[in-house]
Write a protein that binds this ligand. Structure first.
Ligand SMILES: *Cc1c(COP(=O)(O)O)cnc(C)c1O
Length: 382
């Protein structure tokens, strides 16, 4: 029996072999193992050089200044630092605008603030999973301090109009945070063009290692952010803790590779994804969630009407996929994102997320199509 085809790239990606070898050179005694904060010897200087090279690689991916890149343990921490950091610095006063279809790593910090007296407006997406700019505009108040919205939705792949929202926020002097965990390394990101103040990313979503990420902090607003982890004053005082050289080198390499082959990767993945969809679209009761014209290149969210996702995941044994996000799939609640888009409980319960990536092949996709057609045919008859 062969292993299932991995089609869960939105949950995490394998590390690119080029990234893995760069990381391996920063672990053992022969490699660059020292503490990058050690200023008194060459071992430390070499490690610091590696870390600062990685910082430039990430800054280049974002078209930002390296001084605007703050290392974190991943997008969850970046989101916490951005959202809680802004409101802590403001004495937990003011108004936050976010949406009901954010990742839990935004929703939970927003609820945490709400419990401490911060007023939160929870915007709802349209039927395609997109938060309309007009709704953001209508939600702004004189005391609005921060708008926090994701770039690409992790479950559906829908893309929010972040450049327009950024322009609006800048004009209204409101801080703008973007959770870009699903778009970094896949869609072009330019901090000046998007007019973003804070942006979260995570290495393991684009072929880097797990447990490392970054928060872009626009220089002009850095003083409006309170650190959430206190210690040795690393990262300009915004995030203490010894820097994990191998992890940061992995993130940097992943960013450099993504930047080099972004267009090529995205086109290729989107083509394979579209081929997969065309192979199953004709099946009875099959619908695609989200707007195909405004969609991340890796996502395919499909509703198999009348078949619940638990049965789907158990029956589709030859493909490794998920129902919605990995973080909520322990509970068999229907996806809150799909429900917010207006799907019925039944349709939300019958939807699965298929996501592709750099190492997906045409043979993988053809095997997935044939498998889905066979299994759905049997389930529909039963
Ligand atoms: C994966 C993901 C996160 C969490 O990132 P970690 O690095 O795993 O903490 C946050 N937001 C979105 C949209 C994600 O896809």
């Amino acid at each position: 029996m062969s292993l299932p085809v991995y089609l869960d790239y939105a949950a995490t990606t394998p590390v690119d072999p080029r990234v893995a070898s760069a990381m391996a050179a920063c672990l053992t005694q022969e490699g660059v193992f020292a503490n990058p904060a050690s200023r008194s010897h060459i071992y430390g200087w070499q490690a610091e050089e590696k870390v600062e090279h990685a910082r430039r690689q990430v800054a280049d991916l974002l078209v930002a200044d390296p001084r605007e890149v703050v290392w974190t343990s991943g997008a969850t921490e970046s989101n916490n630092l951005a959202i809680k950091g802004v409101f802590e610095a403001a004495g937990y006063k003011g108004h936050l605008v976010t949406s009901v279809c954010e990742h839990k790593a935004v929703i939970d910090p927003a609820k945490w603030l709400e419990a401490r007296g911060v007023d939160v407006t929870w915007l709802r997406p349209d039927a395609n999973g997109v938060v309309p700019v007009a709704d953001v505009r209508a939600a702004l108040r004189p005391d609005t301090r921060l708008v926090s919205l994701m770039h690409v939705n992790n479950e559906v792949g829908s893309v929010n109009p972040v450049a327009e929202i950024g322009a609006l926020c800048r004009q209204e002097s409101v801080l703008f945070h973007v959770d870009a965990a699903q778009s970094a390394g896949k869609l072009a990101l330019d901090m000046e063009a998007l007019q973003v103040d804070l942006l979260s990313l995570s290495a393991h979503k684009f072929y880097g290692p797990k447990g490392v990420g970054a928060l872009y902090v626009r220089r002009a607003i850095a003083r409006q952010l309170a650190p959430q982890i206190h210690g040795g004053g690393h990262e300009r005082g915004l995030r203490s803790g010894t820097l994990p050289t191998h992890q940061l080198v992995g993130l940097g390499e992943a960013a450099a590779i993504a930047r080099n082959q972004l267009a090529e990767d995205s086109e290729r993945t989107a083509r394979l994804r579209d081929h997969l969809w065309s192979g199953i679209a004709g099946l009875a009761g099959v619908k695609r969630n989200g707007c195909p014209q405004a969609m991340s290149p890796i996502h395919l969210n499909v509703c198999f009407s009348g078949i619940d996702s638990e049965t789907l995941l158990l029956s589709l044994r030859d493909i490794a996929i998920s129902s919605g996000s990995a973080c909520t799939s322990a509970s068999m609640e229907p996806s809150y994102v799909l429900k917010a888009m207006g799907l019925s409980d039944a349709d939300a319960h019958s939807s699965v997320r298929i996501s592709l990536g750099r190492f997906t092949t045409m043979a993988d996709v053809d095997r997935a199509i044939e498998h889905i057609r066979t299994v759905i045919g049997k389930l529909a008859v039963a």
